[in-house]
Design a protein around this ligand. Structure first.
Ligand SMILES: CC(C)(COP(=O)(O)OP(=O)(O)OC[C@H]1O[C@@H](n2cnc3c(N)ncnc32)[C@H](O)[C@@H]1O)[C@@H](O)C(=O)NCCC(=O)NCCS
Ligand SMILES: Nc1ncnc2c1ncn2[C@@H]1O[C@H](COP(=O)(O)OP(=O)(O)OP(=O)(O)O)[C@@H](O)[C@H]1O
Length: 200
């Protein structure tokens, strides 16, 4: 099956782009959602986090204290790498299963860390949603009500923009309106449909 890897830094517009493809009937596997599944209470990664960080990392209702953990891992890179060591292999296994179950003409893996985590090995072609860094900070801090400095630390933990662009098979520019984004995606969707009818 033709699988498109959809990526971009925090706040670049991956969710906006994947909403377009979902509306067109394409199955989208969202790595951020899968990342939440693997740390649900009782899951092995949840237990490992509880053991390493204690109750600071866990809310009263047993769910992960995401705000505490975000603060921790984006200011201490070795803790981020430890967390990724616990979560990424499990995220990858579930993504593989979910992509295999997709029934649409082609499928999409939406992931902020497609290149960084090696998830790009699971896809046929890659599409980067690109905006300048300043716009990433603006849009992401408005959306999450997050401190811009926190967003900058997250950007620093991701692939630099130029490297991401170099690794992309295709790029869409999301510095304009959503309509302008959708116009670019509509043209690409037609090419993915054509590619999937020859590969399947
Ligand atoms: C640190 C955590 C608990 C913070 O949770 P929070 O709800 O605040 O953020 P959320 O998960 O929605 O992520 C928001 C964005 O942060 C960025 N981000 C998340 N994890 C990472 C990471 N390890 N490295 C770089 N950027 C990351 C992505 O752009 C993501 O879209 C959470 O991000 C996490 O568990 N991260 C480790 C798992 C992971 O790498 N997930 C990314 C998808 S594979
Ligand atoms: N072209 C656009 N014009 C104006 N606002 C936009 C545009 N594209 C996205 N946005 C807004 O910017 C914010 C970030 O977009 P989105 O959530 O799609 O990014 P993302 O890449 O999925 O981020 P994350 O990595 O954090 O999940 C959202 O509030 C979204 O509504």
């Amino acid at each position: 099956m033709f699988i498109l890897g959809l990526t971009g830094g925090i706040g670049s517009g991956k969710s906006a782009a994947s909403a377009f493809f979902r509306d067109a009937g394409i199955t989208v596997v969202d790595a951020d959602m899968v990342a939440r599944e693997v740390v649900e209470p009782g899951e092995p990664a949840w237990s490992a986090i509880k053991e390493r960080f204690g109750n600071d990392a866990i809310n009263e209702d047993s769910t992960l204290n995401r705000a505490w953990l975000r603060q921790k891992v984006f200011s201490e890179p070795e803790e981020r790498r430890w967390l990724e060591g616990q979560t990424h292999p499990r995220i990858r296994d579930r993504i593989t299963e979910q992509l295999a179950a997709a029934k649409s003409p082609y499928a999409i893996l939406e992931s902020p860390l497609l290149f960084e985590s090696g998830q790009c090995e699971l896809v046929t072609s890659t599409l980067v949603v690109d905006v300048p860094e300043q716009l990433q900070v603006e849009r992401a801090s408005n959306r999450d009500d997050n401190d811009p400095e926190q967003i900058k630390r997250i950007i620093a933990a991701q692939l630099p923009r130029q490297e991401r662009l170099q690794r992309a098979d295709q790029v869409v520019d999301n510095s304009g309106s959503l309509d302008e984004l959708y116009k670019q995606l509509s043209a690409l969707h037609a090419t993915y449909l054509a590619a999937s009818s020859t590969t399947s």
